[in-house]
Design a binder for this molecule. Sequence first.
Ligand code: ATP
Length: 369
Amino acid sequence: MTTSTIKPAFIIQFDLTLAEHRFSIDLSLPTKGVIGVFGESGSGKTTLLRVISGLQPIKNGTIYFNHHFWQEQESTLPVYKRPIGYVFQEASLFPHLTIKGNLEFAKKRAWPSNNQAQTLNTDTIHRLLNMDALLHKWPSQLSGGERQRVAIARALMINPSLLLMDEPLSALDYDRKQEILSYLEKLKEELSIPIIYVSHSASELSRLADYLVIINKGSVHTHGEINQVLTQPHLPSCLQQDVGVILQTYVQQKSPSDALQAVSFSMNNVNTPLWVKHTNALIGEVLRVQIFAKDVSITLSKSIDTSITNILPAEILSIQEDADHMILITLKVENTQILAKITQRSCENLALQAGQMVWAQIKAIAVIA
Ligand SMILES: Nc1ncnc2c1ncn2[C@@H]1O[C@H](COP(=O)(O)OP(=O)(O)OP(=O)(O)O)[C@@H](O)[C@H]1O
């Protein structure tokens, strides 16, 4: 199989028919960060992962990852030669081996380190996923969340160049999901391995993904940086509730007595603090927050008798109608853009126009931090 010298890229192009289902995928993806794949049930998310891994053969197409062709027209690299770690919905650990045994089994099959992939040592993986307390246990002694943590550690043990995660949290309850999401955030921060993360859950993807691919009926509906995708007015109806922005903010002040913290939109400018729910982030740390457009309302004068904590001066940059016939307004607050979703009636009543100065109201508890 050809090894190319052109710059790193991740290209996926194929057409495939399975029974009556047709898939036609044409994607150029980043080679770092978390790439979220979202779509309704049966849209083709798992099929996309299976094609990338080689588990689903294709007759013709291109799968090109970081200087290597895994599929080049009709020529295919076998599954076992693709340096990919896989995490499924079910952990499927070997029941007759302890957790240490399961991890060592994977390690024996590890890829040799190369310059393109980050080499992971066992201690790093144990630390990142807090494995030490589990090593001498048997799979039957673990909770669902612990088993999934081991499954992620096992996928990393093979020293992959790419991690594929297919609904890894869907079998877990809310608390366990939050726990594993924190581990995944840590992995994302510390590891340079790109992750393709399939999920039905827009909130999981908003929290983790840097890039989003939306699949609809076997083809790509849209793809791009997560903020670009979530600010589009014509997202599929299953994502309409999630239109909004994801911002990198900086923790400025903690207020434990009322479980709030103030964040700023830029590191040095605290003119317009945004109050959000308390998290464990420390002052000065970066905090990723999500503000849904449906949680932002607009007033022409600054309310004083309101329960809403955040009332920010904003300029209207644009006004457009979305797929639900609601009005999506792009607002500029300091140097940051946020979105407000309001009804046509409210937009007309307030006679809103681009260029106008207004007040954006955001409930502190509506901001996801
Ligand atoms: N080998 C196959 N033969 C025939 N049809 C298949 C095959 N594999 C998948 N399909 C069909 O292709 C469609 C897409 O399946 P896929 O599992 O990729 O969807 P998905 O988006 O991952 O769905 P879900 O979110 O429910 O897991 C489904 O209707 C599925 O039944």
